[in-house]
Design a protein around this ligand. Structure first.
Ligand code: UD1
Length: 394
């Protein structure tokens, strides 16, 4: 049988922990599958990108695109023609995209235009809030992907409701939890608690970066006000995302007393930090799932979540951005009045990546012949015209 050629895409921080176990699972099948890793360059800082490759024992990307930050449209407009060139040169059998960031939809779209099959890992999640950039990315990626690899039953139901044929959906579980279980032992060697002079369960952790929370001065100051009230009871450690740090500076907001703003952390330090916290406060998607997997109480500073299973079965609770609601919920946890005992959802068992690779192999055997695949990726006819238009000479 010919080798299956998979091209994996990462772009932004939350992609790395989803892709790492897939790369490792492919490496366990060296006679069947070969792989290429493309980094779109959406995140490029040491703290937002580079550190994760070492922490997660990931290989360096084979190809890195020169993208950097910008408005979402500019970011995607830079990624797409560069990624198109990569696909034409590489001719993979599958493009694997993960999550819901701008790189996910940009690369899925390019691949589908070139008739390269796309597998979307973490498909089917929906917040039902179309003001969230990620929700648009999720909806569109799922519409064009050939294979939808879902983490939970709610995701399957969302896709079926949207008219996705059942044969395109495969529930594989939560690949990020593979990484969590794999790295937990290594994270215990992190010195972060000593460095910050913290004792287990005697502090809270805060992360905040959603545009809806941090781009508006009023909502950001309301959230910080609530966090300040919590920080009077126990210290709050706040590894600040570059976007949030920039907005605080721009709006002239300072962290309240008791809140320690630190630089973004790598995977292992951050895992050691939050898993020892009394409480996590976050607007991140991933942390809602990770806290559920380890049973750490989590208050989500959003009005909705695309991960309802973390509330129904796990330790997550939605508290929005209303200060009194946030503070009340935190006090209930700290007083021990509310117990946050959850359970780990089905298939969040550390083996999602093996199921993904198994599915990719199975689906490949039953579709195109090797000969057909070789001729599938063709250069779009209007490519040279496109280049002229971009350079402004037309
Ligand atoms: C992106 C994802 C979001 C994810 C988050 C995690 C989209 C739509 N959003 O949001 O889902 O939860 O990543 O971090 O793709 N910046 C740096 N260095 C970097 C990267 C970003 O300084 O390495 C700064 C830049 O000022 C940039 C800003 O952060 O403009 C925002 O970055 P961007 O990639 O646009 O979106 P995120 O807010 O990080």
């Amino acid at each position: 049988m010919a080798m299956l050629k998979i091209l994996n895409v990462v772009g932004a921080r939350p992609n790395f922990m989803k892709m790492a176990p897939i790369i490792a699972a492919i490496n366990r099948r060296p006679n069947e599958v070969s792989q290429t890793l493309v980094h779109t360059g959406q995140h490029y800082d040491e703290a937002m990108s580079t550190v994760f490759f070492g922490d997660l024992s990931m290989p360096e990307p084979d190809i890195t695109l020169e993208t950097k930050s910008g408005t979402p449209s500019r970011q995607m407009a830079r990624i797409m023609p560069l990624f198109e060139e990569v696909l034409i040169a590489q001719q993979p059998d599958w493009v694997v995209v993960v999550g819901d960031v701008n790189s996910t939809i940009a690369c899925a779209l390019v691949a589908s235009k070139l008739n390269v099959r796309v597998a979307h890992v973490e498909a089917g999640l929906r917040s039902f809030d179309r003001t969230m950039p990620e929700e648009i990315n999720r909806l569109l990626t799922d519409q064009i992907a050939d294979l939808l690899l879902t983490p939970s039953a709610d995701a399957d139901a969302n896709l079926l409701r949207e008219g996705v044929p059942a044969e395109r959906i495969v529930r594989v579980g939560n690949v990020m939890i593979d990484t969590l279980f794999q790295q937990l032992k290594r994270a215990r060697n992190s010195a972060i608690l000593d460095e910050l002079e913290l004792r287990q369960r005697e502090f809270a952790v805060l992360t905040l970066h959603r545009p809806a929370n941090v781009d508006d001065p009023e909502s950001l100051s309301r959230i910080l006000f609530a966090i300040g009230a919590i920080a009077r009871k126990l210290p709050v450690i706040f590894p600040a995302h570059p976007r949030t740090e920039a907005r605080m500076r721009e709006f002239g907001l300072v962290a309240p007393v008791g809140v320690r703003v630190i630089a973004p952390l790598g995977y292992l330090d951050f895992l050691q930090l939050w898993s020892n916290a009394r409480l996590a406060l976050t607007d991140s998607g991933g942390l809602q799932e990770e806290t559920t997997a380890l049973g750490v109480p989590c208050l989500t500073l959003r009005e909705n979540t695309e991960r309802p299973v973390t509330i129904e079965q796990g330790t997550n609770r939605l508290v929005g951005s209303n200060p009194s609601r946030i503070v009340r919920a935190a006090r209930e946890i700290l007083s021990g009045r509310v117990s946050f005992v959850g359970r780990t959802p089905e298939l969040w068992d550390g083996h999602a990546a093996d199921r993904i690779v198994e599915t990719l192999i199975a689906r490949s055997n039953r579709t195109l012949s090797q000969q057909q695949r070789r001729h599938r990726v063709t250069e779009p006819r209007r490519r040279s015209a496109y280049r002229v238009a971009v350079s402004g000479k037309e």
